[in-house]
Design a protein around this ligand. Structure first.
Ligand code: TNX
Length: 497
């Protein structure tokens, strides 16, 4: 009898068909074959092998497929050019698992699907008993949106390099491709800048609640960028200006209009600081910071923040954003900014990030008319720092409670009047860390909501259904347990015992 195909894959692939037969059994003799002459694909093969070795104890050698080589095992191949950079095809038969994509990025996304087709115990860090069978399926898949992000606020509470890498591992499971790092805020400046060393040593020396804080050296930052790159994630660093800058003002009082250094701030209020917009030193500062960050960042975007500059009048705010946009461009990068930046004249290449569900989205619509693309992070759906419900131990409530269904059950093409599918570059899940002290807290807020945002960004609207989704979500829980990830057992999902 043919086993039913029930691949509980998240995000739901664009197309899944049962192909008949018993599927593929992973065995001690299984090899992973990659095309000769592609070190990048060999690295994807090595990533897959490492993921499967832990719980199987199998050697799973990664070898180059010979010209007439045998066609059994797990085969990573190039082809399927019409599926874009991230699309892939996956064919599972009794003899082989064949993953085909244009290049390594699509193969990497396909590898995440392959992992989810195996039993949850495959994710365990110690050797587990089998069987380890993939169902006989044919999957053809590609993302709906190009930008599928997760933002981590390392400013309110500092996260170590290893914690950030653990978050990267988590988000890469669900095929996200952007890691947005909120590197600066009132409570801390978290990235070393050679020309302005006190930003890190003083500005990074504390955090919300008065703990020790920290900052990334350039090597630290680079190691995060590389780790993310290896998982086909692009880092988008954010330097939030002109507001949210108390840590910078405290480090360099000349950036403040009155020239006096404010105390470091360890509370959680927002909107009370600004760089001095009139002083030339402010723009030398920004040129140095943006220049150093651009040089360290291979991705095309720098995030300039721009939210909640409540002490700055609109016209002066717009002029400031336009000037910063020019600095970013002079350093060869494109701007992304919070929705407030839409009040300025943006270059067509600049991206606007929608977040504030309390205020008008008119300026965002205006920017879209001018040709700008939008990343959607509606706080009432995509803010993973909101409490699930009134009993959640962590989190804030200003945008209401965000339950698992809220995070899942919305469509980017109809969220905002006058903003349609083609205006939307993608979606992003935000994890602000006012109440989160470390990666365990972050996991608890991200799981189980982050996979929902990932599916909103990846899966075709037609394949999305809440009841089917929550069944697939429940099936993720044993995987999280195997990976020692913390998650919230929302009452909206029937979790396995
Ligand atoms: C609003 S989202 C903020 C952040 C806070 C967050 C808390 C945005 C652009 N600004 O500074 O951390 O709410 O939910």
């Amino acid at each position: 009898m043919q086993p039913p195909v029930d691949p509980s894959v998240i995000p739901a692939p664009a197309s899944v068909r049962a192909s008949g037969g018993a599927g593929f059994a992973l065995a001690r003799s299984t090899r992973i074959l990659t095309p000769p002459g592609s070190p990048a694909i060999a690295r994807v093969g090595a990533y897959l092998a490492a993921a499967l070795r832990r719980s199987t104890g199998y050697p799973l050698p990664v070898a180059s497929a010979g010209v007439r080589g045998d066609r059994s095992g797990i085969l990573l191949e190039t082809g399927s050019d019409d599926l874009g950079d991230e699309g892939y095809e996956l064919d599972v038969t009794g003899a082989a698992v064949t993953l085909r994509a244009r290049g390594p990025e699509g193969l990497f996304r396909g590898v995440q699907t392959l992992r989810q087709l195996l039993p949850a115990s495959i994710e365990d860090s110690t050797v587990q008993p089998g069987p380890r069978r993939l169902p006989a399926v044919r999957i053809v898949d590609r993302p709906r949106f190009a930008w599928r992000g997760a933002a981590l606020d390392v400013a309110r509470h500092f996260f170590s390099v290893d914690e950030v890498k653990r978050y990267v591992d988590l988000i890469s499971l669900y095929k996200l491709n952007i890691l947005h790092l909120h590197l600066t805020d009132d409570q801390g400046w978290r990235i070393a800048v050679d020309g302005w060393p006190k930003l890190g040593t003083h500005g990074g020396s504390t955090q919300v609640g008065g703990g020790r804080g920290g900052f990334y050296t350039k090597q630290d930052y680079w190691s995060i960028v590389r780790y993310a790159q290896d998982r086909y994630l692009t880092v988008v660093p954010e330097i939030d200006v002109p507001g949210h800058t108390n840590a910078a003002l405290s480090s360099y009082p000349e950036l403040n209009c009155d020239g006096r250094p404010p105390q470091l701030y360890t509370g959680i209020d927002v909107g009370f600081t600004s760089l001095c917009l009139d002083k030339p030193v402010t723009y030398r500062f920004l040129d140095d910071v943006i220049g150093e960050l651009a040089a360290l960042t291979p991705g095309p975007y720098l995030h300039i923040g721009g939210d909640e500059a409540k002490t700055v009048p609109d016209d002066r705010y717009a002029a400031f954003i336009e000037r910063v946009q020019g600095i970013v461009r002079a350093h060869g990068k494109r701007v992304i900014g919070w929705q407030e930046t839409a009040k300025a004249k943006l270059l067509p290449s600049s991206v606007v990030q929608y977040w504030d569900v309390r205020s008008s989205s008119d300026a965002v619509r205006q920017a879209v008319k001018g040709g700008n693309k939008v990343v959607l992070s509606p706080a009432s759906k995509a803010y993973l720092d909101m409490k699930y419900d009134s009993s959640t131990r962590l989190g804030l409530e200003w945008a209401g409670h965000v339950e698992v269904r809220d995070a899942y059950d919305w469509d980017p093409a109809t969220l905002l009047d006058g903003i349609s599918e083609r205006d939307v570059l993608g979606v992003e899940a935000q994890l602000w860390s006012e109440t989160l002290r470390g990666i365990t807290d972050a996991e608890f807020m991200a799981l189980p909501r982050l996979p929902g945002i990932a599916e909103v960004g990846w899966s075709p609207a037609s394949s999305r259904d809440w009841d089917d989704y929550r069944r697939r979500l429940a099936a993720q829980a044993p995987r999280w347990s195997a990976m020692a990830l913390h998650y919230h057992r929302s009452p909206q999902v029937f979790w396995p015992k």
